[in-house]
Design a protein. Sequence first.
Length: 160
Amino acid sequence: MFMTSLKQALGKIFKAETMTASKNIIGPMNHVGIAVPSIVEAIKPYQEIFGITDITEPKALPAQGVSYAFVNLPTGQVELIEPYGESSPIHKFLQKNPKGAQHHVCFEVEDIHEAKAFVEANGATVLNEPRIGAHGTLVIFIHPKNFTGTLIELMETPKH
Ligand code: CO
């Protein structure tokens, strides 16, 4: 009798764990963000060394204090970001890395609010409330301390 109820209890626990594990919160990798002092200069090696022609025009995103351009690749993008305005959040990063450096990695999620609650429940520090990012969908950033020094961006998959 005891064994039966123990088995039932364990069964319930394992079922709950499997359900959590089987739900993929994190989708495809979308882009690698690289902070640079000049997008126009940073685009050049992608064109001249790799011969890539599919690169978007630089655009300003004043709300986030950056300008950006995407180098389009078959499986994702390189996002080049340059400071926009005096209070750009990447000024400090570029002071430490004057020639530019990898700044963040971005993964897609279906629902940003669900993803935020999920990673926070797992102990992550989310740096901002969901806001519109360079792809026109909601994004959040996770503190680098949670990922051995790497800033992580989560973005809702664009629906087109
Ligand atoms: Co990004």
